[in-house]
Design a protein around this ligand. Sequence first.
Ligand code: PGA
Ligand code: ZN
Length: 572
Amino acid sequence: MGIKSIIPSQVLNSNGDPTIKVTMVAENGVSDYFTVPSGASLGNKEVAQKTDGTESYNGKSVNDSIKLIAGVVAPKFIGYPIGHQSDFDSLLVALDGTENKQNLGGNTILAMSGAYFKLSAKLSEKPLWQYIAEDRKTNPAFPRIFANLVGGGKHAPGLDIQEFMIVPKSNKPIEAIEQIVQTFHTLTTIMVSLYGPGAQLSGSEGAIAPIGASTEVVLEALSNLNAKNGKTFEIALDVAANSFFDGKSYNFEGQSIHASDLLAVYQGWDSKFDLYSIEDPFAEADIEGTELLKTMPKDKKPFKVIADDYTVTNASLIAEFSKDKLFDGVIIKPDQVGSISEMFTAIDAAKQAGLDVVVSHRSGESNDDFIVDLAYGIGAAGIKIGAPNHGERIAKYNRLLEIQYSLNSSQEQLDSTLDLGQKPTATPLESSAGKVATMAVPTPVEKISVAPSSVSDNTISPKISASEPVVVASTPAQPNESLASPAQPSEVSEIGAAPLTTEATPADPIQPTTPIITHLATVPPETPMPSLPKEPEVPSGSSFKNATIALTPTARAAQENPSTAVLPVSGL
Ligand code: PGA
Ligand code: ZN
């Protein structure tokens, strides 16, 4: 079964910014899609995300990428057999030809790679998580949810810390999600009572942003709520320290402090509020901070240290940092590295180093819920999906629930067909986790040889309207095709300028070794991305930058009927 058509389109993410969606259709008409997320607080070594840099959407439109996919990238993969992810990704990476994916853009590569992966799973007629588990030979297990309930940093005005999360101790979605929602609503009511109705407004991950609150007040509220509820969750922070590091010191809550002071602050919070984990406690460029991490106990730190900006889903960086055991866990975000195969390589590197894998959304999201099946399929330790607020976050919460319900109901069916004596002793979740099979590799389709002249005039047509999806049909590359053959990197080095050819030179088959992608980004972009117009200053307290203004249901009720707003937590 091969790819029949590829439809790229520019759609909006949850911040109202353009992003790339690729829909891929198989020859039997089955289709699937991938929508690329994007972050606001970026690690320096994330791969490049290409935007047009024109007036359209303040520089953020991706029309050039849509044309590039339609005119150059997609034609190479029409007819390409489904289910050969590493070959497919190797071709994409070779077509780009740069360390940081600046030619095609990590966003183009991920849109293609993700759509191909999801389509392969769909054609297997298995749930995505099961396809992942069989393909990667992993044991599915529900991740613990890292639910961001209060936001700041680059996600919302007010607090310097980017994310105040709760992590329910139960990994069972039905149980954990109810705890998260109840805590979120109660916390919102408390913040409204302390800081007024503005405290219920939410930032880009759906977390509330109480203007006027200090870090300690939020931590105390969470800690008191936890005590009241029988310590059913733990408290975690994503400090995203890059965002308040000026190259020398940290501008934190009105003071300029050094890494050692910041560590003392963290230790103080930990002794008062018992922190489970801190993500990116120091800026990746802060040598003093990195040295301090080395002084912390390797095996039993007071709280887990999680790396995000330091490691950016890059297998080499993960391996490098794990030598010194600086971190206890790593964040995995597919768009930080670009292709699905490289993301899996990073996951493998983390697992090999004994690190917790925490799969994560981005602040700019869509309703695409791929990361949930990914986290469950690989048995990740955790998943970050924001607050239970805003449709694109709810999509992830609901997918977790759906997976658990589907397992429960298939277990019920199984139970009803078994004798009592044969009943499995494991719980439904445990028994499903044991079922790991090996994916059958489909036979590649026969190679089609193409006379170069038949495709050499396949340039980007000026008639392609960027706002309309474009269906492309051409001649495929083949699995295991020589990476250099489809196009030389130089052919795409001036995207949007010179005509781009899509010549598909048949290559000699390569024997069954799986190509390993070596183009992991370890250096910052050589060419700066187009500079975007400066965003207008947001007057404090009037509206939120990059934020959707929304009232949580509890806050809405409290606002409509203040007399019913009960403060269940004392001692604030
Ligand atoms: P981002 O934030 O998606 O805006 O980068 C998430 C994070 O830092 O974990
Ligand atoms: Zn982070």
